[in-house]
Design a protein around this ligand. Structure first.
Ligand code: GAL
Length: 683
């Protein structure tokens, strides 16, 4: 479990506490876009917000063209009125910088600020995030409006939180224009200092790519054959850093003028590959994330749990904010299925269970114009005469009953390692298999833990793992020397590791490590890989326990490790019957297990269950599969969240008081299909 004394934990916890103290409870609300509505509507909004129990709204996210209608000509009067009105109604504000949507005058005056795609198309205005992250004119204009906002609203009593930008990099992280090319070269100079270093890191003797001048270096634009993979990987790092630099610049103005009010930015967890979420979270006072379900996925609640655990991991174990989710359908999937009755409440409480102290939505009032008019909201098109509104007001009441939960931390004895750099590297061009996808691996391993009822923290590979009983590493193709050493030290210190296929293979530059594979983890795992054996998409590999695996296999040669499961019948080109598929190696007081394939869920579940048993990890509660149980703990007490994802009722053991209904459970509780209870447990 994350160390509760860790500096980052304390910083994130205390910052969010200042917000929720001012709100007097869990934050509840959403994005509010008053600029899209006439003034009469604002008064109704403020009144209805109170009725729904809303205590926080995010204002100004996309207001730049209203706040600065012409260059340098600011109009804050309407925003003053909105903030005053909200304050008068007891609704606090998370004030956003509007920099995610530069106004048309800006794009018109600075056409070179428009982003360029990999194939060289310059994108046009008419949308949002239409800017190149490295463009100096954009930086200048963004800095100016942020400085003005920070100065003007630093002491406004409604403002309890600053919201920097909106979902950094969602649409524009990778820009390939000439300005980006120049910024990339500067970034490379800082990273490598000399061209010799760069040539070595990029392996430029391959295909005659040796650089003799920094000016020769380009972004990884469209090329006839495969682009240099390290160039591609570095471009991802550079692009994430370019946005992080913007985040830092905006944050600096806010901190200068408004040092007492914490700041955040809404991150996207696994929904955003292009920015390194851990790096951004570290720069925030409060960590917040957005999460949207994939409507076509019947197991979407498992992905929700994963992202909530990742949000907590980004917050170093501290409580965090769910900054956006949806009351019902979104507008950007092929078919935007509405949430079923009760689903919104279940989703919201599932986030709280995993450490959220805020339940916020996109958005407060459903738009009537623009690209998001078919996106659900707290106050839908048909207003208060709607099932959504009834659910929204009910949720507001229930969240008030959960006030004591805020500030508590989540129990987790297991960690799951997640790393954006390993994700980027695994999915570069020209790998042994394009079907080995990072999120598939992470999701399937997480699902095993979820269905066994174990809560995990999702942490970067370099974090302090010593407090966890077991650590899962679904995929770590790229691993730095330090992170590999961290895993070794964890096992030597008595920890139990489970590591997934094709991990430990390349170094920080995406160079294959010397000696037999997997170079960084060979000794830890007590084996080497004779050959990687990717499997065709339609083929299945039989395992010795009668189950199957797919996508990937390896021919292992065991040294100190022993096999706990073997391949039974290989697919064409796959492993031979009898070769090891899952292995274990004793490491001092700990152990390191390896899964050299992509097994079906049941095998993964059995392997993870055995690991947890060995490590002494117990499920949170004795509940049937399909019922999620998560515990939050505060000084002197614990809260058990029980979420029934099944259609039928179940009986679960529990002793305590339901925070919402006040009912006491003296041993068991009958939980209706789709229902949730939050129980203050007896000692
Ligand atoms: C988010 C974004 C919001 C809104 C929402 C719709 O990614 O931050 O502004 O567009 O998606 O689901």
């Amino acid at each position: 479990m994350t160390r509760r004394t860790d500096d980052r934990f304390v910083r994130h916890r205390d910052a969010l506490k200042t917000v929720t103290d001012r709100l007097g409870g869990i934050a509840y609300g959403g994005d509010y876009n008053p600029e899209q509505w006439p003034r009469e509507v604002w008064t109704e909004d403020a009144r209805l917000m109170r009725e729904a129990g809303v205590n926080l709204v995010t204002v100004g996210v996309f207001s730049w063209s209203r706040l600065e209608p012409r260059p340098g000509d600011y109009d804050f009067a309407w925003l003053d009125d909105v903030l005053d009105l909200l304050h008068a109604h007891g609704v606090a504000v998370d004030l956003a910088t509007p920099t995610a949507a530069p106004p048309p005058w800006f794009s018109h005056a600075h056409p070179e600020s428009l982003p360029v795609t990999r194939t060289g198309t310059r994108q046009v205005p008419g949308s949002r995030q239409v800017f190149c992250p490295s463009n100096p004119d954009y930086a200048h204009a963004a800095d100016a409006i942020v400085r003005r906002l920070a100065q003007r609203y630093a002491d406004h009593p409604a403002v309890v939180l600053w919201h920097v930008h909106n979902e950094w990099g969602n649409h524009n992280a990778l820009c390939y224009c000439d300005v980006s090319a120049a910024a990339f070269r500067l970034w490379l100079r800082e990273r490598y200092e000399t061209l010799d270093e760069l040539n070595t890191a990029w392996g430029t003797d391959f295909w005659s790519q040796r650089y003799g001048d920094w000016q020769e270096i380009q972004p990884p634009r469209d090329t006839p054959a495969f682009i240099n993979p390290t160039q591609d990987l570095d471009y991802r790092r550079f692009s994430s850093d370019a946005l992080l630099r913007r985040h830092g610049a905006e944050s600096a103005f806010i901190r200068e003028h408004s040092p007492r009010t914490p700041l955040t930015t809404n991150l996207m967890g696994t929904l955003e590959k292009k920015i390194d979420g851990f790096a951004f979270a570290e720069q925030c006072d409060v960590v917040s994330v957005d999460h949207y379900l994939t409507a076509a996925d019947p197991r979407a609640h498992v992905g929700l749990a994963l992202n909530a655990d990742l949000a907590r991991g980004m917050a170093a174990g501290a409580p965090w904010m769910l900054m956006e989710h949806s009351t019902s359908a979104v507008n950007w999937q092929p078919v935007n299925v509405a949430k079923r009755p009760g689903e919104m409440r279940r989703n919201s409480l599932a986030h709280i269970a995993r450490g959220a102290d805020a339940v916020m939505f996109f958005q407060w009032r459903q738009a009537k114009a623009g690209a998001e008019k078919w996106h659900s909201a707290m106050l839908p098109h048909n207003g208060t005469q709607s099932s959504t509104w009834r659910e929204v007001t009910r949720l507001g009441r229930h969240l008030r009953a959960l006030t004591d939960v805020r500030g508590s931390t989540v129990d987790a004895d297991v960690a799951l390692v997640f790393d954006w750099h390993a994700w980027w590297a695994l999915e570069l061009d020209a790998r042994p298999s394009a079907h080995l996808r990072y999120l598939d691996l992470v999701h399937s391993w997480y699902e095993a833990l979820w269905s066994l009822g174990h809560t995990c923290d999702i942490v970067p590979p370099g974090s302090d793992l010593s407090a966890y009983r077991a650590v899962l590493v679904p995929s770590l193709y790229l691993v730095t020397d330090d992170d590999a050493a961290n895993l070794h030290a964890y096992a030597r210190g008595g920890g139990h590791l489970l590591i997934g296929a094709f991990s430990g293979v390349v170094d920080v530059n995406d160079h294959v490590r010397p000696g037999p594979q997997p170079g960084a983890l060979r000794d830890l795992l007590g084996l080497h890989v004779d050959e990687y054996l990717p499997v065709r998409a339609t083929d299945r590999i039989a395992l010795s326990d009668g189950s199957t695996a797919h996508t990937w296999a390896e021919r292992l040669v065991l040294h100190d490790a022993t096999a706990t499961l073997r391949f039974a019948a290989g697919a064409p080109g796959g492993p031979a019957p009898g070769e090891p598929a899952v292995t274990v190696n004793r490491v001092a007081a700990g152990s390191a297990e390896y899964i050299a394939t992509h097994p079906e869920p049941a095998v993964l579940r059995r392997t993870v269950a055995a690991l947890c048993r060995k490590a002494g990890v117990l499920p949170t509660a004795d509940v049937p599969v399909g019922v999620e149980a998560v515990r939050r703990r505060a000084n002197g007490g614990s809260f058990l969240f029980l979420i029934n994802h099944l259609d039928e009722s179940v009986t679960v053991p529990v002793r305590g008081t339901d925070l919402v209904s006040g009912r006491s459970y003296e041993g068991k509780c009958r939980l209706g299909g789709g229902d949730v209870v939050v129980v203050r447990e007896y000692d």
